[in-house]
Design a protein around this ligand. Structure first.
Ligand code: CUA
Length: 328
Protein backbone atom coordinates (compact mmCIF):
# COMPACT_ATOMS: atom_id res chain seq x y z
CA UNK A 1 0.00 0.00 0.00
CA UNK A 2 2.62 2.44 1.14
CA UNK A 3 4.96 1.76 -1.70
CA UNK A 4 2.06 2.04 -4.12
CA UNK A 5 1.23 5.57 -2.98
CA UNK A 6 4.88 6.46 -3.35
CA UNK A 7 5.09 5.00 -6.84
CA UNK A 8 1.95 6.79 -7.96
CA UNK A 9 3.45 10.12 -6.97
CA UNK A 10 6.38 9.59 -9.28
CA UNK A 11 6.82 9.03 -12.96
CA UNK A 12 6.00 5.63 -14.39
CA UNK A 13 9.07 3.56 -15.13
CA UNK A 14 9.19 2.30 -18.70
CA UNK A 15 12.07 1.27 -20.92
CA UNK A 16 10.24 3.07 -23.74
CA UNK A 17 10.58 6.46 -22.04
CA UNK A 18 14.38 6.71 -21.78
CA UNK A 19 16.00 9.80 -20.23
CA UNK A 20 19.61 8.65 -20.35
CA UNK A 21 22.11 7.75 -23.09
CA UNK A 22 22.45 3.96 -22.55
CA UNK A 23 18.69 3.59 -21.94
CA UNK A 24 17.95 5.47 -25.18
CA UNK A 25 20.24 3.17 -27.18
CA UNK A 26 18.60 0.11 -25.63
CA UNK A 27 15.07 1.43 -26.15
CA UNK A 28 15.90 2.08 -29.82
CA UNK A 29 17.11 -1.50 -30.22
CA UNK A 30 14.05 -2.88 -28.42
CA UNK A 31 11.83 -0.98 -30.88
CA UNK A 32 13.70 -2.39 -33.91
CA UNK A 33 13.39 -5.94 -32.53
CA UNK A 34 9.69 -5.50 -31.71
CA UNK A 35 8.83 -4.01 -35.12
CA UNK A 36 10.72 -6.72 -37.01
CA UNK A 37 9.06 -9.41 -34.89
CA UNK A 38 5.67 -7.76 -35.52
CA UNK A 39 6.24 -7.86 -39.29
CA UNK A 40 7.27 -11.55 -39.12
CA UNK A 41 4.22 -12.30 -36.97
CA UNK A 42 1.80 -10.56 -39.35
CA UNK A 43 3.31 -12.17 -42.49
CA UNK A 44 3.47 -15.71 -41.07
CA UNK A 45 0.13 -15.44 -39.28
CA UNK A 46 -1.45 -13.90 -42.39
CA UNK A 47 -0.19 -16.67 -44.67
CA UNK A 48 -1.45 -19.34 -42.27
CA UNK A 49 -4.86 -17.66 -41.96
CA UNK A 50 -5.09 -17.25 -45.75
CA UNK A 51 -4.17 -20.91 -46.37
CA UNK A 52 -6.63 -22.19 -43.78
CA UNK A 53 -9.51 -20.28 -45.40
CA UNK A 54 -8.52 -20.51 -49.05
CA UNK A 55 -7.55 -24.19 -49.15
CA UNK A 56 -10.08 -25.71 -46.81
CA UNK A 57 -11.66 -28.98 -48.00
CA UNK A 58 -14.50 -28.22 -50.42
CA UNK A 59 -17.94 -29.28 -49.18
CA UNK A 60 -19.01 -32.58 -50.70
CA UNK A 61 -15.50 -33.84 -51.35
CA UNK A 62 -14.31 -34.90 -47.92
CA UNK A 63 -11.07 -36.86 -47.78
CA UNK A 64 -9.67 -35.69 -51.13
CA UNK A 65 -6.01 -34.67 -50.93
CA UNK A 66 -4.61 -31.44 -52.40
CA UNK A 67 -1.85 -31.72 -55.02
CA UNK A 68 1.46 -32.67 -53.34
CA UNK A 69 4.47 -30.48 -54.21
CA UNK A 70 8.05 -31.70 -53.70
CA UNK A 71 11.38 -29.98 -54.10
CA UNK A 72 10.91 -26.34 -55.12
CA UNK A 73 14.37 -24.79 -55.18
CA UNK A 74 12.98 -21.24 -55.28
CA UNK A 75 10.68 -21.67 -52.28
CA UNK A 76 13.39 -23.38 -50.22
CA UNK A 77 15.95 -20.69 -51.05
CA UNK A 78 13.46 -18.01 -50.04
CA UNK A 79 12.62 -19.50 -46.66
CA UNK A 80 16.29 -20.00 -45.91
CA UNK A 81 17.53 -16.60 -47.04
CA UNK A 82 14.81 -14.36 -45.58
CA UNK A 83 15.12 -15.60 -41.96
CA UNK A 84 18.91 -15.53 -42.32
CA UNK A 85 18.81 -11.88 -43.34
CA UNK A 86 16.41 -11.03 -40.49
CA UNK A 87 18.64 -12.75 -37.91
CA UNK A 88 21.72 -11.06 -39.34
CA UNK A 89 20.10 -7.61 -39.10
CA UNK A 90 19.04 -8.28 -35.48
CA UNK A 91 22.51 -9.56 -34.60
CA UNK A 92 24.32 -6.57 -36.07
CA UNK A 93 21.93 -4.07 -34.47
CA UNK A 94 22.33 -5.80 -31.09
CA UNK A 95 26.13 -6.02 -31.33
CA UNK A 96 26.28 -2.34 -32.14
CA UNK A 97 24.24 -1.31 -29.09
CA UNK A 98 26.13 -3.70 -26.78
CA UNK A 99 29.39 -2.18 -27.97
CA UNK A 100 28.06 1.37 -27.61
CA UNK A 101 27.00 0.69 -24.02
CA UNK A 102 29.73 -1.64 -22.73
CA UNK A 103 32.78 -0.18 -24.43
CA UNK A 104 31.98 3.46 -23.72
CA UNK A 105 35.17 5.16 -22.50
CA UNK A 106 35.01 6.88 -19.13
CA UNK A 107 35.58 10.62 -19.56
CA UNK A 108 37.94 12.20 -16.99
CA UNK A 109 35.17 14.30 -15.39
CA UNK A 110 32.79 11.36 -14.94
CA UNK A 111 31.31 10.90 -11.48
CA UNK A 112 32.45 7.62 -9.89
CA UNK A 113 30.11 5.71 -7.64
CA UNK A 114 30.31 2.34 -5.93
CA UNK A 115 26.97 0.66 -5.32
CA UNK A 116 26.87 -2.25 -2.89
CA UNK A 117 23.80 -4.47 -2.95
CA UNK A 118 22.75 -5.81 0.45
CA UNK A 119 19.66 -7.61 1.74
CA UNK A 120 17.55 -5.42 1.07
CA UNK A 121 18.98 -2.02 0.39
CA UNK A 122 21.67 -0.24 -1.59
CA UNK A 123 24.77 1.34 -0.15
CA UNK A 124 25.93 4.18 -2.38
CA UNK A 125 29.48 5.54 -2.07
CA UNK A 126 31.26 8.32 -3.93
CA UNK A 127 34.87 7.40 -3.06
CA UNK A 128 36.42 10.48 -4.67
CA UNK A 129 33.87 12.87 -3.19
CA UNK A 130 33.84 11.41 0.31
CA UNK A 131 30.09 10.80 0.34
CA UNK A 132 28.22 7.73 1.59
CA UNK A 133 24.47 7.42 1.32
CA UNK A 134 21.82 4.78 0.64
CA UNK A 135 19.07 3.86 -1.79
CA UNK A 136 18.92 7.21 -3.60
CA UNK A 137 21.61 7.78 -6.18
CA UNK A 138 22.21 11.45 -6.96
CA UNK A 139 23.85 12.18 -10.31
CA UNK A 140 24.38 15.34 -12.35
CA UNK A 141 22.36 15.88 -15.51
CA UNK A 142 24.57 15.57 -18.56
CA UNK A 143 24.22 17.75 -21.64
CA UNK A 144 25.61 17.23 -25.11
CA UNK A 145 28.04 20.16 -24.88
CA UNK A 146 29.33 19.18 -21.44
CA UNK A 147 28.89 15.45 -21.01
CA UNK A 148 29.05 14.23 -17.44
CA UNK A 149 28.08 10.57 -17.13
CA UNK A 150 28.23 8.60 -13.89
CA UNK A 151 30.18 5.33 -13.87
CA UNK A 152 29.05 2.72 -11.38
CA UNK A 153 31.11 -0.06 -9.82
CA UNK A 154 28.75 -2.72 -8.55
CA UNK A 155 29.38 -5.12 -5.67
CA UNK A 156 27.31 -7.34 -3.39
CA UNK A 157 28.00 -8.44 0.17
CA UNK A 158 25.53 -11.30 0.57
CA UNK A 159 23.68 -12.65 -2.46
CA UNK A 160 23.28 -11.55 -6.07
CA UNK A 161 21.16 -8.47 -6.78
CA UNK A 162 20.51 -6.50 -9.96
CA UNK A 163 20.56 -2.74 -10.42
CA UNK A 164 17.71 -1.60 -12.64
CA UNK A 165 16.27 1.85 -13.24
CA UNK A 166 14.44 1.29 -16.55
CA UNK A 167 14.38 4.90 -17.79
CA UNK A 168 18.09 5.34 -17.07
CA UNK A 169 19.90 2.11 -18.04
CA UNK A 170 19.50 -1.63 -18.52
CA UNK A 171 20.01 -4.15 -15.72
CA UNK A 172 23.42 -5.07 -14.37
CA UNK A 173 23.89 -7.79 -11.78
CA UNK A 174 25.71 -7.24 -8.49
CA UNK A 175 27.52 -10.47 -7.65
CA UNK A 176 29.35 -11.38 -4.41
CA UNK A 177 33.14 -11.59 -4.79
CA UNK A 178 33.00 -10.00 -8.18
CA UNK A 179 32.91 -6.47 -9.53
CA UNK A 180 30.65 -5.39 -12.38
CA UNK A 181 30.33 -2.04 -14.10
CA UNK A 182 27.72 0.12 -15.77
CA UNK A 183 27.14 3.80 -16.47
CA UNK A 184 24.24 6.18 -16.58
CA UNK A 185 23.89 9.55 -18.23
CA UNK A 186 20.53 11.22 -17.64
CA UNK A 187 19.94 14.26 -19.83
CA UNK A 188 16.74 15.32 -18.10
CA UNK A 189 16.43 16.28 -14.43
CA UNK A 190 14.04 14.22 -12.36
CA UNK A 191 13.60 11.32 -9.98
CA UNK A 192 13.58 7.94 -11.67
CA UNK A 193 12.35 4.80 -9.98
CA UNK A 194 14.01 1.43 -10.09
CA UNK A 195 14.17 -1.85 -8.23
CA UNK A 196 16.32 -4.88 -7.63
CA UNK A 197 15.83 -7.17 -10.61
CA UNK A 198 17.36 -10.40 -9.33
CA UNK A 199 15.53 -12.47 -6.72
CA UNK A 200 17.50 -12.00 -3.49
CA UNK A 201 15.23 -13.21 -0.67
CA UNK A 202 12.16 -12.19 1.31
CA UNK A 203 12.20 -8.48 0.56
CA UNK A 204 13.46 -8.57 -3.03
CA UNK A 205 10.31 -6.73 -4.16
CA UNK A 206 10.89 -3.93 -1.64
CA UNK A 207 14.53 -3.37 -2.51
CA UNK A 208 13.61 -0.19 -4.32
CA UNK A 209 15.91 2.33 -5.79
CA UNK A 210 15.76 5.83 -7.15
CA UNK A 211 18.04 7.99 -9.22
CA UNK A 212 17.84 11.70 -8.62
CA UNK A 213 19.24 13.50 -11.65
CA UNK A 214 19.86 17.17 -10.95
CA UNK A 215 21.52 20.12 -12.69
CA UNK A 216 25.31 20.17 -12.06
CA UNK A 217 25.20 23.14 -9.62
CA UNK A 218 22.47 21.48 -7.59
CA UNK A 219 24.42 18.19 -7.60
CA UNK A 220 27.52 20.06 -6.38
CA UNK A 221 25.48 21.58 -3.54
CA UNK A 222 24.13 18.14 -2.64
CA UNK A 223 27.69 16.74 -2.50
CA UNK A 224 28.85 19.64 -0.36
CA UNK A 225 25.99 19.09 2.07
CA UNK A 226 26.52 15.30 2.21
CA UNK A 227 30.20 15.76 3.05
CA UNK A 228 29.39 17.60 6.28
CA UNK A 229 29.61 15.67 9.53
CA UNK A 230 26.48 15.64 11.68
CA UNK A 231 26.10 18.56 14.11
CA UNK A 232 27.79 17.72 17.46
CA UNK A 233 24.69 17.86 19.66
CA UNK A 234 21.16 19.08 18.98
CA UNK A 235 19.93 22.11 20.97
CA UNK A 236 16.53 20.53 21.63
CA UNK A 237 16.76 18.55 24.92
CA UNK A 238 14.54 15.75 23.56
CA UNK A 239 16.71 15.31 20.49
CA UNK A 240 19.86 15.52 22.64
CA UNK A 241 18.49 12.71 24.81
CA UNK A 242 17.67 10.81 21.63
CA UNK A 243 21.27 11.16 20.54
CA UNK A 244 22.36 9.50 23.79
CA UNK A 245 19.93 6.65 23.13
CA UNK A 246 21.22 6.29 19.59
CA UNK A 247 24.85 6.16 20.65
CA UNK A 248 24.25 4.10 23.78
CA UNK A 249 22.02 1.34 22.42
CA UNK A 250 22.14 -1.12 19.55
CA UNK A 251 21.44 1.61 16.91
CA UNK A 252 25.12 2.49 16.75
CA UNK A 253 26.22 -1.12 16.37
CA UNK A 254 24.74 -1.18 12.84
CA UNK A 255 24.51 2.45 11.70
CA UNK A 256 27.04 5.20 11.19
CA UNK A 257 26.60 8.92 11.84
CA UNK A 258 29.73 10.80 10.87
CA UNK A 259 31.19 12.97 13.61
CA UNK A 260 30.06 10.48 16.30
CA UNK A 261 31.33 7.16 17.60
CA UNK A 262 28.75 5.35 15.47
CA UNK A 263 30.81 4.00 12.58
CA UNK A 264 29.27 0.63 11.70
CA UNK A 265 28.50 -0.07 8.06
CA UNK A 266 26.12 -2.98 8.60
CA UNK A 267 23.05 -0.80 8.04
CA UNK A 268 22.61 2.42 6.04
CA UNK A 269 24.68 5.48 6.99
CA UNK A 270 22.31 7.87 8.75
CA UNK A 271 24.43 11.05 8.78
CA UNK A 272 22.06 12.79 6.36
CA UNK A 273 19.04 10.54 6.79
CA UNK A 274 16.52 13.37 6.45
CA UNK A 275 17.88 14.41 3.06
CA UNK A 276 16.42 11.21 1.61
CA UNK A 277 12.91 10.98 0.22
CA UNK A 278 12.16 7.53 1.58
CA UNK A 279 13.06 5.07 4.32
CA UNK A 280 13.54 1.31 4.23
CA UNK A 281 14.88 1.38 0.66
CA UNK A 282 11.78 3.01 -0.72
CA UNK A 283 9.04 1.32 1.35
CA UNK A 284 7.69 4.53 2.91
CA UNK A 285 8.00 8.30 2.63
CA UNK A 286 10.55 9.74 5.04
CA UNK A 287 8.18 11.45 7.49
CA UNK A 288 8.23 11.64 11.27
CA UNK A 289 5.25 9.32 11.56
CA UNK A 290 6.73 6.65 9.26
CA UNK A 291 10.15 6.96 10.84
CA UNK A 292 8.62 6.37 14.25
CA UNK A 293 6.71 3.33 12.95
CA UNK A 294 9.95 2.05 11.44
CA UNK A 295 11.91 2.48 14.67
CA UNK A 296 9.14 0.83 16.70
CA UNK A 297 8.99 -2.20 14.45
CA UNK A 298 10.53 -2.14 10.98
CA UNK A 299 8.87 -5.47 10.23
CA UNK A 300 5.47 -3.75 10.11
CA UNK A 301 6.65 -1.88 7.03
CA UNK A 302 9.06 -4.44 5.63
CA UNK A 303 8.69 -7.97 6.96
CA UNK A 304 11.95 -9.88 7.26
CA UNK A 305 14.17 -6.79 7.33
CA UNK A 306 17.40 -7.42 9.24
CA UNK A 307 16.86 -4.50 11.64
CA UNK A 308 15.29 -5.64 14.94
CA UNK A 309 12.39 -3.77 16.59
CA UNK A 310 13.73 -1.26 19.13
CA UNK A 311 11.36 -2.22 21.99
CA UNK A 312 11.87 0.93 24.03
CA UNK A 313 9.29 3.07 25.84
CA UNK A 314 7.21 5.55 23.83
CA UNK A 315 8.99 8.48 25.44
CA UNK A 316 12.45 7.24 24.43
CA UNK A 317 11.14 6.31 21.01
CA UNK A 318 9.99 9.92 20.54
CA UNK A 319 13.37 11.26 21.64
CA UNK A 320 15.17 8.89 19.32
CA UNK A 321 13.00 9.98 16.39
CA UNK A 322 13.52 13.64 17.36
CA UNK A 323 17.24 13.01 17.07
CA UNK A 324 16.91 11.26 13.70
CA UNK A 325 14.95 14.29 12.44
CA UNK A 326 18.01 16.47 13.14
CA UNK A 327 20.16 14.40 10.75
CA UNK A 328 19.67 16.66 7.75
CU1 CUA B 1 18.19 -7.49 -4.18
CU2 CUA B 1 16.50 -8.68 -5.38
Amino acid sequence: MLSRTLQAADTISSIFAPVSTPAAAEAGLARVVLWLSAVVFVVVGGLIAYSVVRFRAPAGEPGSEPPQVYGSAQVEAAWTAVPLIIILVLMLATARVIHEVQAAPQPPNAVEVTVVGKQWWWEIRYPKLGVITANELHVPVSDSTDRRPTFLTLEATDVAHSFWVPRVAGKTDLIPNRTTHMWVEPYRAGTYLGACAEYCGTQHTLMLLRIVAEPPEQFARWVEQQRQAAAPAPADPGAAAGRQIFLGTICSSCHAVSGTLAISRTGPDLTHLMSRQTIGSGVAPNTRERLRAWVRNPHDLKRGVLMPPMQIDDKYEDQLVDYLLTLR
